[in-house]
Write a protein that binds this ligand. Sequence first.
Ligand SMILES: Nc1ncnc2c1ncn2[C@@H]1O[C@H](COP(=O)(O)OP(=O)(O)OP(=O)(O)O)[C@@H](O)[C@H]1O
Ligand SMILES: [Mg+2]
Length: 113
Amino acid sequence: MKEIKAIIRPFKLTQVITELKKIQGLPGVTVSQIKGFGKSRAQDAQEKIVDEMIEYAEKVKIEVVVKDDMVHEVVSVIQQNAFTGNTGDGKIFVYDVNDVIKIRTNESGAQAI
Ligand SMILES: Nc1ncnc2c1ncn2[C@@H]1O[C@H](COP(=O)(O)OP(=O)(O)OP(=O)(O)O)[C@@H](O)[C@H]1O
Ligand SMILES: [Mg+2]
């Protein structure tokens, strides 16, 4: 099991989610509004947040946990739909997931995804 965590531009969220929902068997998605900075320290960001004198860019975080065989498809859908070609497009991180427990049924592991 893997977690795909993507940090993307907020205006790309609808397009990315619309395309992710087309993936057969997609188990779920978590979306958060976040702030951060990359190598350019958010200096070139259009929508900047200044917090305690530090500049951040507004971004959206998407988290998806899937079986290994779905990782490639999820990553490529996010990459294709979040792309503008400009600095600040974001990043996709992929992590190993040790376990998942579904609260309602007490299932665990891949069955619980
Ligand atoms: N190494 C990292 N660790 C944690 N978060 C990161 C990292 N790199 C980028 N981010 C997050 O992703 C957002 C977008 O990063 P961004 O795309 O600007 O990265 P970059 O390395 O500066 O690439 P680019 O040169 O294309 O701007 C940041 O605002 C931050 O929230
Ligand atoms: Mg950057």
